[in-house]
Design a protein around this ligand. Structure first.
Ligand code: ATP
Length: 488
């Protein structure tokens, strides 16, 4: 039996069956690339979010929070370059009409056909380099068309492909218009990234929150992208949560601040979320966009995908964002350093991660099928345990009366009441105690408290530890102190 999650299908079923993540709109046959978070998934997501917020603005003096709207003035997306350039290149299977990302199809083709012919009079230098590097990122649709044609790339179903074309990822809305007045000119967009709301509030924060460069604005919120290929569970969805920090600096500080945030963020993953260092890797961008000074992805080695993939981007963006919005809005978005008497447009270093991907990462990392017996019966010999660090666990303490006898139920409710103002607890009286322990192991609950018949005599309960499976007897009167030490 595999000890780790080995596929996204397995991950998806596990997440659904255990109340973490549900596919959207299932009763209507499903709705592609959107997922809903169930009780445990939501609690886990909130725990990660809270830890990020704590690291961003509670434990620092130089970062403030923000909660900007999902809708912004349409000019925002022109200034940011999203209306013109935020697109993927798509190809359609001529037979099934399914759409795929052209770059992905070609890269997959190259991976499985090591002997492809690179000498071709139709290939220019850019195509040859892209083929050698097996990296089709930023290659124009016309050139992707040549590659598909010349190498004979087919759809995953083996069919011919239509001409590749650009597909804008911004999601449109008709906010503020009626059917009669709605047209391409007055379209508003659901935000494709949360950071634009930060740039638009730079001046408000500067003028009203007594900040001085260097300072950061951080926010968590939903973003929407019309992703074409979204078959990677919650790794790539059309609606997702981002956690973004934009840190405003003097241009001279760029290298130092970029290095500082790389270190801060990797330490957060290892020290706060408990991810092994070996499972994380920086991946520098092959090609920098023209205004960027540096760009790297933090990647995590997903067991369920069998590869490292991006969880966060750390980018040195120069003065591009503020300059663009200054240009399009006609407003001054600069900074005056009173001590030095210097006026300049701040540069930005950003650390931008996807909350859904982090939920996926921590489950992927801490999920384990552990061998605990040798009877030959797989069900008995293995338990699934989610070894989440305690601060991430959705449920901290489960309260389990040994039987459904009324006096045990009453005592269990009394214990729950005592603990629930400090910890997220759960009461469960269904199934055998062994099964209930397994269920709590599987959702990552660090401690189970069992109320048995002896409890009624000695006012003590049995506490079972998720990881060691050791049990100990603790007086009910001492429970609060016991857990406050365990969770400290
Ligand atoms: P990718 O290359 O995977 O499409 P990206 O480079 O476009 O991602 P950014 O625009 O830098 O991503 O967004 C920052 C972070 O937001 C990413 O590192 C990722 O964690 C998250 N993210 C981006 N797109 C999605 C999505 N469709 N679903 C879930 N999370 C996403």
């Amino acid at each position: 039996m595999d000890t780790k999650l080995t596929s996204l299908d397995q991950f998806k079923s596990w997440a659904k069956e255990n109340g973490f993540i549900f596919p959207s709109s299932e009763i209507y046959g499903g709705f592609q690339a959107v997922y809903d978070f169930g009780h445990y998934g939501y609690l886990l997501k909130e725990n990660i979010k809270n830890l990020w917020q704590k690291a961003m603005w509670q434990e620092r003096d130089d970062v403030v929070s923000l909660d900007s709207g999902i809708f912004m003035h349409p000019k925002t997306w022109e200034a940011s370059g999203h209306v013109g350039g935020f697109s993927d290149v798509l190809v359609e299977d001529k037979k099934t009409h399914k759409r795929y990302r052209a770059d992905h199809l070609i890269e997959e083709f190259l991976d499985s056909n090591s002997e492809f012919e690179i000498q071709n009079s139709k290939f220019d230098e850019e195509i040859v380099t892209a083929l050698e590097k097996k990296d089709m990122d930023k290659i124009a649709p016309e050139k992707l068309a040549i590659i598909i044609q010349e190498l004979g790339v087919k759809s995953p179903d083996g069919n011919d492909l239509a001409e590749p074309r650009n597909f804008n990822l911004l999601v449109k809305s008709n906010l503020g218009t009626t059917d009669a007045t709605f047209n391409e000119e007055n379209v508003t967009y659901l935000r494709g990234e949360t950071c634009q709301g930060i740039y638009l509030n730079y001046k408000n924060v500067l003028d009203n929150l007594r900040v001085k460069v260097p300072f950061g604005i951080a926010q968590v919120g939903k973003a929407f992208r019309n992703e074409i290929v979204a078959r990677q569970f919650v790794f790539r969805t059309r609606e997702f949560e981002q956690m973004e920090l934009q840190y405003f600096i003097h241009p001279d500080m760029n290298d130092e601040v970029y290095a500082m945030w790389k270190e801060e963020r990797i330490n957060w993953y290892t020290n706060v979320l408990g991810i092994d260092k070996a499972s994380l890797k920086f991946r520098p961008h092959e090609k920098l966009i023209f205004y960027a000074k540096a760009a790297e992805d933090v990647t995590y080695n997903f067991n369920s995908m069998g590869k490292f993939d991006e969880i966060e981007g750390i980018h040195a963006r120069s003065d591009y964002d503020l300059s663009q919005h200054a240009k399009f809005s006609g407003q001054k978005l600069d900074y005056f350093d009173q001590e030095k008497g210097e006026r300049y447009t701040p540069w930005i270093v950003e650390a931008s991660c996807g909350l859904n991907r982090l939920v996926m990462m921590v489950i992927d990392h801490f999920w384990e099928n552990e061998k605990i017996d040798d009877s030959g019966d797989e069900k008995r010999d293995y338990r699934t345990v989610l070894r989440l660090p305690k601060n991430l666990a959705p449920i901290k303490v489960a309260i389990l009366p040994l039987s459904k006898k009324e006096d045990l139920q009453n005592k269990a409710h009394e214990v729950k009441k005592m603990l629930q103002s400090d910890y997220m607890t759960e009461y469960d009286e269904t199934a055998s105690i062994g099964k209930r322990y397994r269920r709590q192991d599987e959702i990552g609950t660090p401690y189970c408290v069992t109320i048995d018949f002896e409890t009624l005599e000695d006012n003590a309960v049995t506490i079972r530890d998720r990881d060691s499976m050791q049990q100990e007897r603790v007086k009910v009167d001492e429970l609060k102190d016991y857990f406050s030490e365990k969770f400290s």
